[in-house]
Design a protein around this ligand. Structure first.
Ligand SMILES: Cc1cc2nc3c(=O)[nH]c(=O)nc-3n(C[C@H](O)[C@H](O)[C@H](O)COP(=O)(O)OP(=O)(O)OC[C@H]3O[C@@H](n4cnc5c(N)ncnc54)[C@H](O)[C@@H]3O)c2cc1C
Length: 444
């Protein structure tokens, strides 16, 4: 008989769920408790992936099955560092895995970044995806908008800004987001990348999708596409690059149809300064290959990357925004590993990569965790009831799996009950207290 093992995981995004599932299948005598600071599971799939990407959002179906299998116990509305500390965790569990991801914007250090109208893309994403901890309203007053960055998040933000609100109504966006988007007077969305069109970090599906947005004209600038701009045989060129080069080439060659909104792709634009008047953004200055370019703009979205946050008492590398670790084993500054403490997903590796990558991440972390089992110390209070009693004593209104199933049904019913021009599968509940009270309706 293998040693009975109790493991806590913080973060019920894809990384935490994959880690739990892999652990449940690689160690026979294990009890896994999965905590998230939000009342609902699924992390950035619920609060990051764009609402008009239902295929990606659909990954929750397979994660749902993993949580529904019964070998992982989910508890929402429980925050590591506030509701449970590292000492609590050690008292109740042999090991802990941090899968707390990243929700904040990386910093951009240029003059004017603090002006009103200069926004982090992550904040905007949290608004349109209905994250409970972000403001319910968003100032959509600008006609000319910039999105800085050449990754998929920049494309998500640009697409959501450029799309007609009615075309978002089939998605799960909350009612307040639809109302907000509907008021937007935007006419031009400018996406600025620092490098050339051959070096974009988009993926082909996301790029191609831009060209299919209703009533939006894609504008490219011939100066960015000189003869021979794409060298098929250059080092590092992948099939993805080839497909994207073809997509852009076809846009360059096609006859543009006038549309209500335009989405411009600019390349070789290095951000220099955001300029403003009376504390509000009025434009932005770039360096384009040694030449200064200025654009009139009323809003700027900085989509230059996400950044992981430190957790209390857990070693953190502030140069990378990750928990210090080697292969998922958390280490202190001297490189010594902390017995029974692990990390996985974006907080382990940094905020890059797709949902699928968190699975291979989790495999590595779990392999190392299982290899270390004989070193783990036995917890003094190993019963789940002892953990929950501690949470109740602190007044934590935690939710559980049955509660999430209720909230899930409630959101689906809101979708069913929607009367309007389109069918809606789901309407998200945003407010944290409302989510908690629906989830806890018949007690825990
Ligand atoms: C805007 C955006 C769009 C994206 N679109 C796609 C896409 O289309 N396709 C794709 O494959 N990938 C996409 N990704 C990437 C994908 O979301 C990530 O690869 C993945 O979510 C990372 O998983 P994770 O579990 O490490 O982190 P997260 O998904 O961030 O999950 C972390 C979880 O930890 C919880 N948590 C944080 N702090 C605490 C704490 N102190 N205590 C308890 N819980 C805590 C959070 O609430 C969250 O639920 C996108 C990412 C972003 C930002």
């Amino acid at each position: 008989m293998t040693k009975a093992l109790r493991v806590a995981i913080f973060g019920a995004g894809p990384a935490g769920i994959y880690a739990g599932n892999i652990l449940a299948h690689s160690y026979e005598n294990v009890t896994i408790d999965l905590f998230d600071s939000l009342p609902a599971p699924y992390g950035l799939i619920r609060y990051g992936v764009a609402p008009d990407h239902p295929r990606i959002k659909g990954i929750v179906n397979s994660l749902h099955e993993m949580l529904d299998a019964g070998n992982i116990r989910f508890f929402g509305n429980v925050e590591f560092g506030r509701d449970l500390t590292l000492d609590d965790v050690k008292r109740h569990y042999h090991a802990v895995i941090f899968a707390t991801g990243a929700i904040k914007d990386a910093k951009l250090n240029i003059p004017g970044v603090e002006l009103e109208g200069s926004y982090g893309a992550a904040d905007f994403v949290s608004w349109y995806d209905g994250h409970p901890d972000y403001p319910r309203t968003w100032p959509l007053e600008a006609e000319q908008v910039a999105v800085l960055g050449n990754g998929n998040v920049a494309l998500d933000v640009a697409r959501v800004l450029a799309k007609q609100a009615d075309d978002m109504l089939t998605t799960d966006i909350p009612a307040n987001v639809y109302e907000g988007l509907k008021t937007s007077p935007v006419t031009d969305v400018h996406v600025f990348g620092r490098r050339g069109p051959a070096d974009i970090k988009f993926t082909p599906i996301e790029l191609r999708e831009l060209g299919e947005v209703k009533d939006v004209e894609i504008v490219l600038y011939p100066e960015d596409f000189p003869e021979g701009w794409f060298n098929e045989d250059a080092q590092g060129v992948t099939n993805q690059h080839r497909v994207m080069a073809r997509v852009m080439q076809s846009w360059l060659e096609r006859e543009a149809e006038p549309a209500k909104r335009r989405l411009h792709l600019h390349f070789w634009h290095q951000p220099k300064e955001i300029v403003g008047e009376n504390g509000h953004v009025t434009g932005m200055v770039f360096d384009r290959k040694g030449e200064e370019r200025k654009y009139p703009l009323q809003a700027i979205y900085r989509a230059i990357g996400y950044w992981g946050s430190a957790l209390p008492e857990v070693p953190y590398d502030e140069t990378k925004g990750v928990i210090r670790n080697v292969g998922g084993r958390v280490v202190d500054e001297s490189g010594k590993s902390l017995n029974g403490v692990f990390a996985t997903g974006w907080i382990k590796r940094g905020p890059v990569g797709l949902i699928g990558h968190t699975k291979s991440d989790a495999m590595e972390t779990i392999e190392n965790l299982v290899a270390d089992v004989s070193n783990f110390e036995d917890p003094a209070e190993p019963e789940l009831e002892q953990v929950l009693a501690g949470l109740r004593a602190k007044g934590v209104q935690f939710t559980d799996w049955a509660g999430w199933l209720k909230l899930n049904e409630h959101e689906l019913a809101l979708g069913d009950g929607f009367t309007g021009p389109v069918e809606r599968e789901r309407v998200k509940v945003v407010d944290r207290d409302e989510q908690v009270s629906i989830a806890r309706a018949s007690g825990i």
